[in-house]
Design a protein around this ligand. Structure first.
Ligand code: ZN
Ligand code: ZN
Length: 247
């Protein structure tokens, strides 16, 4: 399995980071979680053809997590994609997603791939899909709008993604997590709807987690200093754009 970090920045414009977006790939099945930056260029940089992408999951409908969708669809059309594209969104966002596709006149471009929108109820934990030997479920996250976290299960590994949210009691319930990808919009300062690196170290049983990768990072925050103060350099690290971890 490969986890590609296409973007690792918070909602604030970053100097060297696109907004947070990840691609989970296993056995040729590719799931893009949120769409930011220039998704076509990023997917090419990690050697995933636009034709190969199987589905998109939107964690929530804040602009920094969705704005790359028009250029992604445009690129897929230009490259004559034929494979159906699955898009998961909260049922409360379905109308806006369809309106947006209409505004862009996507269905008038002459695209040759069906876009299937599947909705979920982000207030509940539920399985979204099984593909490439990955089972992906969502659980409610704590943010200012309906938002989900993701649980990605492989045969013998568990990955948790908590992308734009406060710390989450659901994540405390896991006995063991192999990889936790968690937002840290700030290093130390506490803010509603978000998480600081300090809070991650205090709220979760870091001993029961294999590795922690931080995303949704802001410029000019003292992450490195805080990681070293917490003496967690062997456990917690900042993700960087285009970084890939293999499990
Ligand atoms: Zn965000
Ligand atoms: Zn957000």
């Amino acid at each position: 399995m490969e986890i590609h970090f296409l973007g690792t920045g918070s909602a604030y414009p970053g100097m060297n980071r696109d907004n947070t977006s990840l691609c989970f790939s296993n056995h040729g099945y590719h799931v893009l979680v949120d769409v930011s930056g220039n998704p076509c260029r990023k997917l090419k940089q990690i050697n995933i053809a636009l034709e190969e992408l199987d589905c998109i999951i939107f964690t929530h409908f804040h602009i920094d997590h969705i704005y790359g969708l028009p250029s992604l669809l445009w690129g897929m059309w230009l490259e004559h994609r034929k494979k159906p594209l699955l898009i998961f969104c909260d049922k409360r966002n379905e109308k806006n997603l369809n309106r947006w596709l209409d505004t862009m006149a996507v269905h008038e471009w002459g695209i040759n791939f069906p876009i299937h929108i599947k909705t979920f109820n982000g207030d509940l934990s539920q399985e979204l899909l099984v593909g490439g030997d990955m089972s992906i479920s969502c659980f409610p996250a704590l943010h200012s709008v309906p938002t989900i976290g993701l649980e990605i299960k492989l045969e013998n590994q568990l990955i948790i993604y908590s992308g734009d949210t406060e710390v989450n009691a659901q994540i405390q319930t896991y006995q063991h997590i192999d990889v936790l990808i968690h937002e840290a919009t700030s290093a130390i300062e506490r803010n509603p709807n978000h998480t600081s690196l300090t809070e991650i170290s205090e709220f979760y049983r870091v001993d029961s987690i294999g590795r922690v990768f931080l995303v949704h990072l802001s410029d000019h925050e003292p992450y490195d200093e805080e990681i070293s103060r917490l003496q967690l350099a062997d456990k917690i690290q900042k993700a960087e754009d285009l970084m890939c971890i293999k499990l």
